[in-house]
Each structure stands twice: as structure tokens, then as C-alpha cells.
Write a protein of this length. Structure first.
Length: 365
């Protein structure tokens, strides 16, 4: 059986996975079996807390079927009660998606929508809270892959100190690849997905939560399948058993991906590799005349947006020619500029980006 790659997936997730992660999916698992629940699911749950550097007495986590957005929706839908008010700080598509969720659930909320290249800073949070003193919950995106911005959650956390506001962070494209001190930042709910920086495959996400905050979610969710309290309660009582059919092959692959993260040296080492990937990419692209959308000081190492070099630039043709050479990149998502994006995460290395630059040299002529 061929488990080799057909191309390098230079996107923000799904992303290029290792051959050993893909091979981990070749065996079938029984969802009721002890080998699966206690041998795979439970170690994953413990491992996620270890990656976050958290104490099992104070924090816990819950795995949930579906994409990362399922987990964001599940968290907002269970953590924010009808009597609460949610402040959403957004500077891209994924922050705005939180507002869509709030609207669907008829949650009282305030959306502060910034320009897509403007950071969500502590000052932005402070002004919004002063204008809305009845806020009980604040949600924001850490790594906004619409552009590649890395929002300073540390600044927002500092503003929230002493305000008794529940802090929800979408760390979809940063957890496992960018150091996050969840306890120090007093984050109550952190949401991420299997197919991002831990380098698994799509199929489920997870919520890391302060136990006391998760327990407040009991009976709040208006969705059966997205009820994170009931999902957590079932996993606790069932030693890893999911309420409904779990994506067994994806879960086993994620366990392999977590083992590989540890073998690489943990989050710090992976972050360093992603930064090297980004540096090689940007240096090479600039040498070819491409310009980055963002300034270096606000750019994350996760994904990089490049401006079209001229009005005649044909992204579709550029994309297909690169795909033929073994590289798949991403179209732009920003509304006010013509861009394309290249992801720096996954089982990819600086030498892969050197090869990409050589390929672009021939395509961009």
C-alpha cells in the first residue's frame, strides 16, 4: 500500500502529515474496547494537558467530533448563558465566525470588528470593556489565519485581570506550535483542532477548560451533539468513551502525532522549526520580488500572506503550476487586497521551502 505524499500541503490545516501518522490509520478500532478508550483516548486527554503545562486537578479537556468550528460553536453555546453577554474581538474571518455563532444561538453579544491587518491589542479590549461594562465573557482568535496575524493574547489577558470575565481563546492554528501559558494568561476555555500544529488529520477538535468553568456549562447547551459538558461527563465516567461514534482512525493518528511532537522536543522546538520555515519562505519570496501583506513584527510563523505581484497575476494558473511541481498553496482570504497564502506548519522543513522557492522561480517567470 502506498502511503507516500502526492504533494506538500502548504496550508493552515489540513496540512502535510508524516508517513507514520498516516500509517497509524491503517488499523480498525472498537469504540467500546478498553485498548481504544484507555490505551488511546485517555492518554490523548492527559497529553493535551501536559502540552499545555496544566494541572489535572484544576483543568480538564474534552474531545469533540467535527472541525474546529464545531468546537468553537460548542464552547460558546455552552459557556455563555442567556443572562450573560459576550464580547467578540475580531480581525478576520474566524473572529467574525464567532459572531455568526452568537447570532444563531441568540446570544447577547458585542462584536468589535477591526481591519484585517490590525491587531487585537490590550487597548482594543480595554476600550471595548469600558464601553460595555456588562460583559461577562470575551472571545478572540489567537492566530488569525485570514492574514497570518498573531494576536497578543497576553495583552488582552492583562486587561481582563480582576474583572471576573470568562476568557475564551480560539487557538486553532497556534496550540502545539506556539507557546501558550494558559494558566498564567488565565484562559478559561482554549479551543483547537487535531489537524493543526500537533500535525494530526481532520476529524475532531478539543477544548481545554478550567474545570470550574466547564461545570458551569451543565444544562446550558441547546445542542445535543455539541454539549461539551455532557461529552466531558461521559468521557470522565466512561474512561475515554465518547457519547457518539468517535473518529477512531483519526484519534489513533492524533496519538501518533502527539508522540512525534514530544520526540521533536515539544512546542518550543516545533515553534522554532515553524519560524525557520517562515524565514526561509519570506527571504526567498522577497528575493523574487514578492511582498508580504503584513509587517514582520506582527506576522505569525503559521501562515504568510503575499500580495499579488501585479494586476495581471493569475493565481489559478500559478496554483496549478506549483501543484504539478508538488506544492499546494492557499488562496487569499482578505477582503481588501489581492493575496495568496503559504502555510509554514505541518511535517515540512526549511529545505522544503528552499525547494518551493526554486519551483516558484520557474513558475513566476
Amino acid at each position: 500500500m502506498n502511503t507516500k505524499r502526492n504533494y506538500l500541503l502548504l496550508t493552515p490545516g489540513p496540512l502535510s502529515t508524516s508517513e507514520t501518522v498516516r500509517e497509524a490509520m491503517l488499523q480498525d478500532w472498537c469504540t467500546w474496547d478498553k485498548d481504544y478508550n484507555e490505551g488511546i483516548v485517555t492518554p490523548i486527554r492527559k497529553g493535551l494537558l501536559a502540552i499545555a503545562g496544566l494541572d489535572e486537578d484544576e483543568y480538564t479537556d474534552v474531545l469533540l467530533q467535527g472541525s474546529g468550528t464545531y468546537c468553537v460553536e460548542a464552547t460558546i453555546g455552552a459557556a455563555v448563558k442567556p443572562t450573560d453577554k459576550l464580547l467578540i474581538l475580531a480581525n478576520g474571518a474566524y473572529g467574525k465566525r464567532m459572531a455568526q455563532i452568537a447570532e444563531y444561538y441568540h446570544i447577547d453579544h458585542v462584536l468589535v470588528s477591526l481591519h484585517e491587518t490590525e491587531l487585537v491589542t490590550g487597548e482594543v479590549a480595554r476600550k471595548a470593556l469600558e464601553a460595555n461594562p456588562d460583559i461577562t465573557h470575551l472571545s478572540m482568535v489567537h492566530s488569525e489565519t485570514t492574514t497570518g496575524l498573531l494576536n497578543p493574547i497576553e495583552e488582552v489577558a492583562e486587561v481582563l485581570k480582576g474583572r471576573n470575565i470568562t476568557f475564551i481563546v480560539d487557538a486553532m492554528s497556534s496550540f502545539g506550535g506556539v507557546p501558550i501559558d494558559m494558566k498564567k494568561l488565565d484562559i478559561d476555555f482554549l479551543v483547537s483542532s487535531a489537524n493543526k500544529c500537533i500535525q494530526g488529520v481532520p476529524g475532531f477538535g478539543f477544548i481545554i477548560a478550567r474545570k470550574s468553568e466547564l461545570q458551569y456549562c451543565k444544562g446550558v447547551s441547546k445542542s445535543l451533539s455539541l454539549d461539551i459538558y455532557d461529552q466531558w461527563d461521559a468521557m470522565e465516567k466512561g474512561h475515554g468513551k465518547w457519547r457518539f461514534t468517535s473518529p477512531t482512525h483519526v484519534v489513533r493518528a492524533f496519538k501518533q502525532a502527539m508522540d512525534e511532537l514530544a520526540a521533536e522536543g515539544g512546542v518550543e522546538a516545533r515553534h522554532a522549526r515553524y519560524c525557520r520555515n517562515h524565514d526561509v519562505l519570506v527571504e526567498g519570496m522577497r528575493s523574487l520580488g514578492f511582498k508580504t501583506l503584513l509587517k514582520d513584527e506582527v506576522q505569525s510563523p503559521i501562515i504568510t500572506s503575499f500580495l499579488y505581484p501585479d494586476k495581471e497575476f493569475d493565481f489559478k494558473e500559478f496554483y496549478h503550476q506549483l501543484k504539478e511541481k508538488g506544492f499546494v498553496i492557499y488562496p487569499g482570504k482578505i477582503s481588501q487586497a489581492d493575496t495568496f497564502r503559504i502555510g509554514n506548519i505541518g511535517d515540512v522543513f526549511p529545505e522544503d521551502f528552499s525547494r518551493l522557492i526554486e519551483a516558484i522561480k520557474t513558475v513566476a517567470k
